[in-house]
Write a protein that binds this ligand. Structure first.
Ligand code: ADP
Length: 162
């Protein structure tokens, strides 16, 4: 069985992430979305909130599971016996960082963990969690970027909804 892990902060999940998850779920037997709790960034949402928002968004995909992890991704992969990592690429600006991480994971895992890159669908190439948060913080319209319940959660976080 081909199992792949899609790691990220998902703070919060966007249609860009969901597009990658959906496409990956058609390529692999099982996809685990692994939400990082040791990100260098300080997240807006708690780990539980981030996991819950993704679970709700992927409820229609029966080979997708949402978990959380802390520590090194390669340690998580070893524990779960996973050899494939999925990452999304939006633009050339993502490339250098992603290449470095992918090569580090490959080296540290003694070639046990490889990374598969999926390029973003064009309509989501501008989307990032940071931009979505920025727009929501000014009560701007984020409905083209995230599912409705994620938008509601964001507006509530910024005090625009009860
Ligand atoms: P990070 O893990 O760097 O904190 P994110 O949680 O924002 O990043 O994203 C996780 C993965 O999803 C990364 O590989 C990122 O490049 C990818 N990604 C983010 N937004 C999009 C998008 N709009 N289209 C395709 N891939 C994306």
């Amino acid at each position: 069985m081909k199992v792949a892990v899609y790691p990220g902060s998902f703070d919060p999940v966007t249609y860009g992430h969901l597009d990658i998850i959906k496409r990956a779920s058609q390529m692999f037997d099982k996809v685990i979305v692994a939400v990082m709790c040791n990100s260098a960034k300080t997240p807006l949402f708690t780990l539980d909130e981030r996991v819950k928002m993704i679970r709700e968004s992927v409820s229609g995909l029966n080979n997708v599971y949402v978990e959380s992890f802390s520590g090194l991704l390669i340690d998580y992969c070893k524990k779960e016996n996973i050899h494939i990592v999925i990452r999304g690429l939006r633009a050339i600006t993502d490339f250098e960082y992603e290449l470095q991480i992918a090569q580090t994971n490959k080296e540290l895992s003694h070639n046990e963990v490889d990374t598969v890159f999926l390029t973003t669908s064009l309509q989501y190439s501008y989307l990032s969690s940071s931009v979505v948060k920025e727009v929501a913080s000014y009560n701007g319209d984020i409905t083209p970027c995230v599912p409705d319940f994620v938008a509601d959660t964001l507006y509530k976080k910024y005090g625009f909804r009860k």
